[in-house]
Design a protein around this ligand. Sequence first.
Ligand SMILES: Nc1ncnc2c1ncn2[C@@H]1O[C@H](COP(=O)(O)OP(=O)(O)OP(=O)(O)O)[C@@H](O)[C@H]1O
Length: 239
Amino acid sequence: MSSISAAIRAENLTKIYGSGDAAVRAVDNVSVAIEAGEFTSVMGPSGSGKSTFLHCVAGLDSVTSGRVQIAGEDITAMSDAQLSRFRRDRIGFVFQAFNLLPTMTAQQNIVLPTKMARKSVDQAWFDQLIETLGLAERLDHRPYELSGGQQQRVAVARALLTRPAVLIADEPTGNLDSASSAEVLQLLRSAVDDLDQAVLMVTHDPNAAGVGDRILSMADGVIVSDERPGHSQGRRVAE
Ligand SMILES: Nc1ncnc2c1ncn2[C@@H]1O[C@H](COP(=O)(O)OP(=O)(O)OP(=O)(O)O)[C@@H](O)[C@H]1O
């Protein structure tokens, strides 16, 4: 785990909701490094802290204590304005609800974050993404003219166009049938293999998690196992 290459580094990350008797330690002193070019899934029972962990790591929620670094930058030390700029420029998001703008075409949705960042679209990268994601025939369609799987592919293209340091996916296949799920997971897989992205995905689905390289399992706010199913050196984490 070299500190230079880690896409995400959480150090003693703790998130407590509420206070006094009502306090909930949703994430409890978690330290983990996630490397670039790696597809990591977070699993665990409902209430184990997966979403809270993901949101803290992505700068969508504040931390109670500890630090989060993305691509070497400490996001827990940033002001709100710095953080929203950083999120826009360096973090790609894919959610269960596709969150596409209904009045815009697929193409307009994909380039929207780049335009909002007042950057010009890298046409070669756009073309490569569209090719990889199989969206060439769909660019002029509006979301309601696309299947769920196609909408999620548009959301993945939108997330990747800005070349984020990390792609954060929260139950990205939660609304999809099994064929579309497999397709979207394969796209996330090729984002890692062909486009060298780091992907961090929360999922309840063991099959979805199995597409990744590494599975972090959470229980009661801590990571209780950290395994690489394709490798023999999967290990239990002693807390
Ligand atoms: N905004 C909040 N205010 C108070 N408590 C919260 C808040 N968000 C989450 N929690 C609590 O923190 C704990 C972890 O919740 P979290 O949503 O991170 O779990 P999860 O593993 O993602 O669950 P699920 O799989 O059901 O989405 C739970 O006990 C939950 O009730």
